[in-house]
Design a protein around this ligand. Structure first.
Ligand SMILES: [Zn+2]
Ligand SMILES: [Zn+2]
Ligand SMILES: [Zn+2]
Length: 105
């Protein structure tokens, strides 16, 4: 086949996404943890604030509000501790999130 034509062929289709491509944090993180503050965001409970959604750190069980709310204590927890993987702390949700690679797993 002529070289010019070969270059026009579409790239190989991308493989179906696997749960943790190249993310050692998600591969190592447990599926669940013991929540430190099962009633809600640790910092918001302490300051009397409210939150929208919660995430739980799978390294230490810290519960923090996620970026749907204004205070984003789950994000702050990652920045302060470097604990990379949190999971949703909402009823019926089991997704996990790696802050390092910003991906679900
Ligand atoms: Zn990762
Ligand atoms: Zn909070
Ligand atoms: Zn933590």
């Amino acid at each position: 086949m002529p070289r010019a034509l070969r270059r026009l062929l579409p790239a190989r289709p991308v493989a179906a996404p696997s749960p943790e491509p190249g993310c050692p944090e998600l591969a190592e993180a447990p599926a669940d943890a013991d929540p430190g503050t099962p009633d809600g965001c640790e910092e918001c409970l302490a300051s009397g604030d409210t939150w929208v959604h919660l995430r739980m750190c799978l390294r230490c069980g810290h519960v923090g509000c996620c970026d749907t709310g204004p205070r984003r204590h789950a994000d702050a927890h990652f920045r302060e501790t470097g604990h990379p993987v949190m999971r949703s702390f909402e009823r019926g949700e089991t997704w996990r999130w790696c802050y390092v690679h910003e991906q679900l797993g």
